[in-house]
Ligand binder design. Structure first.
Ligand SMILES: [Zn+2]
Length: 113
């Protein structure tokens, strides 16, 4: 499953960050999940708690921030968050937009000890 490889990469990244900071353990992990990332938040959580038992992140809590799709309109410059996935500017209805957020999974913060 896609979520499993995502979790493995996430655990590796957290471990690297923690070791770089000289921490002994990770308490809390905050991850932003974009609506377009293709990741199911519930599956991501269950995969995380399955795999973290055998990792440096054992005992850490995973907190997810669900990020809506954010777009910037190339015509009027309006930045909007979309509730529906209709890719046009809510203000001027232009379809010339750039997606600026909501596509990725991003590690936002780590609480360590
Ligand atoms: Zn616009």
């Amino acid at each position: 499953m896609h979520e499993y490889s995502v979790v493995q990469a996430l655990l590796d990244q957290c471990e690297r960050e923690a070791k770089k900071a000289g921490a002994n353990m990770i308490i809390n992990i905050v991850v932003k999940v974009g609506k377009l990332s293709g990741i199911d938040p519930a599956l991501l959580k269950s995969a995380f708690y399955f795999f973290n038992e055998d990792s440096f992140c054992k005992g850490a809590a995973l907190n997810l921030i669900l990020q809506k799709v954010a777009i910037e309109c190339k015509k009027c410059g309006q930045i909007s968050e979309l509730d529906e996935l209709d890719f046009c500017c809510p203000k001027c209805k232009s379809e010339e937009i750039t997606i600026i957020d909501g596509e990725d999974l991003t590690l936002m913060s780590l609480e360590m000890e």
